[in-house]
Design a protein around this ligand. Structure first.
Ligand code: MD3
Ligand code: FE
Length: 205
């Protein structure tokens, strides 16, 4: 059953059953064959992320020394991104309450030591679309707060098959991943966690 963790922040625990999770892992493996995992770098410093990334959909989120942006091609191969998996589109349709398809899907790959610092997702030109997040593999300790970095934060475990919808007043909430619980899932052959985030980027016409 869905839990509203904060206004506009909905957790659909176990949205994907074991068979659907396996299909999504196969889909991610296939899309990563077309759009390979790479390690983005922080703007200015060039410090590498601990998370590896790829994207699918019309646009992909990338980060390098020049900054953060959305672009239609893979930064290493120069090729267009692979299409968004059907099951991910199904989660968007079922949970987003948004009348347009997602334009971008960022795919994050966490190994046991990877984390993601507290940040806002604010590179989209339009915040009317929610972000829909799909968790696969090892459990993550997810942290979220309010619209100011100084707001108090809470943490919640995200398990394989869980889907989170970030909309309304929570669309610009600060959030991050404190750590991954290694060995908590056997979905991915070598362990680790995959997160897909479906997004709108530009204001629909
Ligand atoms: C709360 N990913 O890719 S997903 C990201 O698990 C990102 O890989 C994390 O943060 C991950 O940007 C968290 C959950 C999430 C995504 C977007 C949000 C939570 C959010 C936007 C607003 C508030
Ligand atoms: Fe984020």
């Amino acid at each position: 059953v869905d839990a509203e963790l904060a206004p506009g922040l909905i957790l659909a625990r176990g949205f994907f059953d074991a068979a659907a999770q396996k299909q999504l892992v196969a889909d991610v493996k296939a899309l990563a064959a077309q759009s390979p995992w790479y390690r983005p770098r922080m703007p200015r410093s060039g410090k590498p992320f601990s998370v590896q990334m790829t994207n699918c959909g019309a646009l992909g989120w990338v980060s390098d020394v020049d900054g953060y942006r959305y672009q239609s091609r893979h930064p290493v191969t120069g090729e267009p991104w692979a299409p968004i998996p059907e099951l991910a589109m199904d989660a968007w349709s079922a949970l987003s309450s948004y009348p347009h398809p997602p334009q971008a899907c960022l795919v994050n790959l966490y190994d046991a030591g990877a984390r993601m610092g507290l940040h806002q997702d604010s590179d989209e030109g339009d915040f009317s679309a929610p972000v829909v997040s799909i968790s696969l593999g090892d459990t993550a300790i997810f942290r979220f707060g309010g619209r100011s970095r100084a707001d108090p934060t809470r943490s919640v475990k995200l398990h394989s098959g869980d889907v989170v919808v970030l909309g309304g007043p929570s669309r610009l909430a600060f959030h991050g991943v404190d750590r991954i619980l290694a060995g908590s899932s056997s979905l991915l052959p070598g362990g680790g966690r995959i997160n897909l985030t479906l997004r709108g980027v530009t204001r629909p016409m």
